[in-house]
Design a protein around this ligand. Structure first.
Ligand code: BGC
Length: 406
């Protein structure tokens, strides 16, 4: 067991706090709102450690910067670490943050289960633990969870496919539409929720025979629990490309109507694979749900995160949409939790708690948006990213002019 320089004193304080919490907590395992055992342990001026998974994905850079900015503005000190998508590196990062004196940690896990022992260690030394975006699994050492409505990602993606393929009005009834489906990383608790949101809507069209997966990985008998059959480990672009290569072999020279992708980098791997296997397919012939299927038409491809590259490719017609999470709101919600705790309050949520295998973790669910080229209803235009400060106007202009898939 590893102790920081305050180890003993903090451990004793933590025991006191836990004892107090048994008198004041909201009954343990309730599914609404909920308390924390650590409310007394944090004050303004304390150090908060931030552990992010990787710099390689655009969003985590923005998340990290937002958290530093907002927490410091609220009067806390911060230390930010990136784990290079390595589980052992993330455990070291968390240990180091606690050793550096962090009284609370915010963790976006590389692997929700693997990070458990490190946060347990932090919690046992009196740290408040906030699970950020991804739920930390199978430990009672998580105090709060802030994320976006997870199933909504899949719902938005599936609805785009359903609308574009005109499935509600019989699209694919005469000749079934070919579709490829992907799920997120097998070690990320978000991934099955994304898939569930999408699959609940798409499954009926597999049952009616309007959609078919030529690889055979997904059939009308697929259930939400089968998501790992199509998961892309570590959300990795080249891994997605390999999986799509296998799909394209099965597809042969047939048309392809749609690809359910849960993340923009996976979409990119998918596009590169399509380009290699079927150079005849081109975004300048968008897949159309009217008339005979054109085998050279470019499929409807979804995504998530609003990466620069996705915005570019949506403009160019290579990607249909991206689910955009305004992560500035997530940083604000996280900061609000710590501010309340430092003010001696117990944060309360009106959202249902999420169970991590060990406890019901008080959870805050924010609402994501859908970015498309020509928005209707409550969809947003691509420029929305600039409006909420995700990218600068200059960056936007630069990206918009440089399609990756030509
Ligand atoms: C996040 C997504 C992100 C994905 C890949 C998920 O846990 O919720 O927003 O696209 O990880 O980084």
């Amino acid at each position: 067991m590893k102790f920081n320089k305050f180890g003993k004193a903090v451990s004793i304080a933590a025991v006191g706090i836990v004892a107090l919490s048994t008198l004041t907590a909201c009954g343990g395992g309730t599914s609404r709102g909920g308390g924390s055992s650590q409310t007394a342990s944090l004050k303004k001026g304390d150090l908060i450690g931030i552990s992010m998974p990787t710099k390689a994905d655009q969003r985590w850079n923005v998340d990290g910067a937002n958290l530093v900015r907002d927490l410091e503005k609220a009067g806390f000190k911060t230390k930010l670490a990136y784990a290079n998508n390595s589980t052992s590196q993330q455990s070291n990062d968390i240990n180091n943050l606690v050793s550096a004196g962090a009284k609370a940690i915010v963790v976006a896990a590389v692997d929700g289960t693997a990070v458990g022992p490190a946060v347990k260690q932090a919690e046992s030394q009196g740290d408040v633990v906030v699970s950020y975006d991804r739920l930390i699994m199978n430990t009672d050492a998580v105090n709060y969870y802030v994320t976006f409505d997870l199933e909504r990602t899949g719902i938005l993606e599936a609805n785009t496919i359903i609308n574009k393929l005109n499935l509600k009005n019989g699209g694919g009834k005469d000749t079934p539409y070919n579709i490829a489906l992907f799920a997120g990383s097998d070690d990320d608790n978000n991934a099955p929720y994304f898939f569930k949101g999408a699959w609940n809507l798409l499954k009926p069209y597999f049952e009616s025979g309007q959609l078919v997966d030529p690889s055979g990985l997904v059939t009308k008998d697929t259930t939400n629990a089968d998501w790992k059959k199509i998961s892309v480990h570590a959300w990795d672009q080249s891994q997605a490309q390999k999986q799509m290569d296998a799909f394209m072999t099965k597809l042969g020279q047939k048309p392809l109507a749609a690809v359910l992708s849960p993340y923009d980098a996976i979409s990119l791997g998918v596009m590169k694979s399509i380009k290699n296997a079927r150079p005849d397919m081109t975004p300048s012939i968008p897949f159309s749900a009217t008339g005979t299927q054109n085998k050279s038409a470019w499929p409807i491809i979804t995504g998530q995160d609003g990466m620069d590259i996705a915005i570019t490719n949506i403009t160019y017609g290579a990607q249909e949409q991206t689910v955009f999470k305004n992560v500035a709101l997530l940083a604000k919600q996280t900061t609000s939790l710590f501010t309340q705790i430092a003010d001696g309050k117990t944060p309360k949520s009106t959202d249902s708690a999420m169970n991590n295998g060990k406890k019901d973790v008080p959870t805050w669910l924010l609402k994501s948006d859908e970015l498309v080229k020509n928005p209707t209803g409550d969809q947003k235009g691509l420029h929305y990213e600039v409006e909420v400060g995700f990218i600068t106007e200059a960056q936007y202009k630069k990206d918009i002019a440089a399609p990756i898939i030509k």
